[in-house]
Structures are given as structure tokens and as C-alpha cells.
Design a protein around this ligand. Sequence first.
Ligand SMILES: Cc1cc2nc3c(=O)[nH]c(=O)nc-3n(C[C@H](O)[C@H](O)[C@H](O)COP(=O)(O)OP(=O)(O)OC[C@H]3O[C@@H](n4cnc5c(N)ncnc54)[C@H](O)[C@@H]3O)c2cc1C
Length: 381
Amino acid sequence: MDFALNEELTLVRDMARSFAEAELLPRATRHDRQGTLDREVFEKLRELGLWGLTIPEEYGGAGLGNLALAVVLEEVNRACASTGVTLSVHNSLIGAPLRKFGSEAQRREWLPRLSSGEVIGAYCLTEPNAGSDAGALRTSARIDGDDFVVNGTKVWVTNGGWAGLFLVYVRTEPGTSRAKGISALLVPGDSPGIQVGKPEKKCGIRGSSTTEVEFSNVRVPRSNLLGSLNDGFRIAMDTLDGGRIGIASQAVGIGRACLEAAIKYSKEREQFGRPIGEFQAIQWKLADMATRLDAARLLVMKAAWMRDRGERSSQAAAEAKLFASQTANFCADESLQIHGGAGYTDHFHVERLFRDARITEIYEGASDIQRIVIARAITAR
Ligand SMILES: Cc1cc2nc3c(=O)[nH]c(=O)nc-3n(C[C@H](O)[C@H](O)[C@H](O)COP(=O)(O)OP(=O)(O)OC[C@H]3O[C@@H](n4cnc5c(N)ncnc54)[C@H](O)[C@@H]3O)c2cc1C
């Protein structure tokens, strides 16, 4: 990857790597077991300016782009995927659309607090009956005087347990279906009528917060509409193009951790009188992992670079997420296999990586949905 990084990105990468190795790697197992992140991690991310990495400097952020975010997320996720998804969602699913679609007043109100991590953001699209088919969402927002009144239930909300700002996709045009009649609303976390559910017990990324969020007659001023009325589905999809680059970076980070663990173990473990890494069968596994990881990273870099240039990046982001998430799972599987029985226990962190990798093929659009995005793009030309 280094050939694609200029001096600034190399510095950002080195900073993220030393932070992740010093502060996240030693905590990753604890995060997984306790089902939440250490409080100190939020503060450390603030000190390094990572909450506001892609928020412009005039709003207190670092003013960097998607390439920088990708580089940081690979390093953070290599150490702790629970921290990685928390940071990815906050930056790419909340900070980014607020910067892109927000009014000046909305930006001034929220971006400085998102940059400092005083407020953590959550993205509420999915509902019990609207997962891959997000356009089927039913949460409603009716206009009443100067307010919207929001009613409905969102599920699987990352950062739900600690969010100070919810970006909620709602139906504002009664009687419409599918993508029409959906709007994006900024809902402050302390609004009366919000009920955050219990943390979900997950297979992996257990240190991250995933909850249901119920909205019962939640009133928000009409000025909290993000973008135009009934333009929310476009905002949701554009935002996911960016978010998918973040999840693809997460996948590369997890995959790299799997490869590194496999290399280390294959040098240490001896069978038949020699390190197992001397067997060609093991070497070929390592070679395949390394090759796929390099290819995945290049797809991530391409998508991030295109998005930074303002080019349409749906296909590139979907390709990066599809390939990188498959690669993460391939690497997790091979690494666990190389660790033998020990890999199936918690003696080694490859067991956690195996569980963490799985989600990358599901959230922000399952692999089948990425294939649909790619197929639509290539057949429409
Ligand atoms: C830990 C976690 C965190 C999450 N965080 C958030 C969040 O912060 N905000 C948010 O809004 N959502 C979040 N999600 C929701 C996530 O994006 C959805 O789970 C995902 O989009 C899939 O939706 P679903 O679970 O309803 O699966 P379904 O849509 O029911 O899909 C089930 C299966 O059917 C397949 N499928 C569906 N439609 C098609 C089709 N047309 N063609 C072929 N196959 C198809 C899918 O690929 C999948 O394999 C999170 C989920 C999890 C598990």
C-alpha cells in the first residue's frame, strides 16, 4: 500500500498504527468479553482527533478525506474491530452526510461536537421489516406546526447505546412506498420519547454498541430536516457508498491481523520435527491470504480516491466491500485452520477475529446487495 500514500497519509497511518498497537490491541479481548469499549478509548480517540478525521477544520475536525479514513480504519480494525466500527459509523455515516447535506446552521450546531467526540453519532435506517429492502421502512414523521413528530422502531443501531445524535430515516409522505417519501432527520439523543433497547448479544464485534431504538411521539423542529423533504433515500444510499469503504477497510484490517497471526504461529508451532510454516501447504495458504489482502486494499484505495475526487463511487465502494469482506472471512478461516485446535479456543485471538470478520459480509448491505449494486452499474452503461 505504501506506494499509494503521500507524506501526509504515511504520517496519519503511522500515528494510527502506534495508537492502535499501544491502546487498542491490549484492550481488544477485554472489549470483546465485557461487551463494551473502555471509557478511556473514547478520550484517546478525541486526543488524536479521530472522531473528526473527515470533518473540515473550520468545524473542529482534521479536514482529511476518505483515503485517510481508510488508512486509519485499517490500522484501528487490525487491533480492535469493535472500536473500528464505532469510529467508522460516526465518521462516515453521520459526520459525512451532515457535512455534505447539512445547512450551515446544522453544521455549526453538530459538527464541532461530533469532531470532539462530545457527541457520538448513530445511523438509523434498518427496521424489523426493512433490512436489505431499506425502502420498505415505516417509521413515520408527521408535520405538526413547526415540528416533525417521529414514531417507529429502528433495529441494529450501531452506537445506539451511547449516541448523542441519531440520523433517522423516516417516511414523511404518508401512503408512499419504496424509496419515495422518505426523509432524513437529525434527532438529538436527549429528545423525550426515545427508548434505547438493551445491547444485542452478538457473535462478534461484541465491544461495539448495537441496540434497538424506539421513537414514540418524538418531536424535532422542522429545521432538523437534513437535505430536502422526501430526498432521504438518496441521502441514505449516497452515505452508504462512503460507509461501505469504511467497512471494507475494517475487513482489510481484520484480514491483516489474521495473516499476521498465522505467520507468527506457523513459525512457532512444530510438527513432524519442523515448524509447520515449512510445509508448502501452509505457505500456499499464507500466499493466498497476502495476495487477496493486497487486492482488497487496492479496491478500497480506489473507491476512497474516487469519492475524495467527488466521482460517483457506488460501484467501486460495492466492489471494495464485497471483495474485502470475503477476503476477511477467507483469511479468518485459513488463519484459524493454521492454528489447529488452539485456534478454536480463546488461547489465541484468531478466534475473536473469526467472529469479528463475519459481520463485514452483512452490515451496510449484505454481499448479495453489493452484487446487485455492481450488476446494476455495469449493465446500465
Ligand atoms: C451488528 C450490526 C450492526 C448494524 N448496524 C446498523 C446501523 O448502524 N444502522 C442501520 O440502519 N443498520 C444496521 N445494521 C443492519 C444491517 O445493515 C442489516 O442487517 C443488513 O442490511 C441486512 O438486513 P437484514 O439483517 O434484515 O437481512 P435481510 O435483508 O433479511 O437478508 C437476509 C438474507 O437475504 C439476502 N437477500 C435479501 N434481499 C436479497 C435480494 N434481493 N437478492 C439476493 N439476496 C437477498 C441477504 O443478502 C441476506 O443474506 C446492523 C446489523 C448488524 C448485525
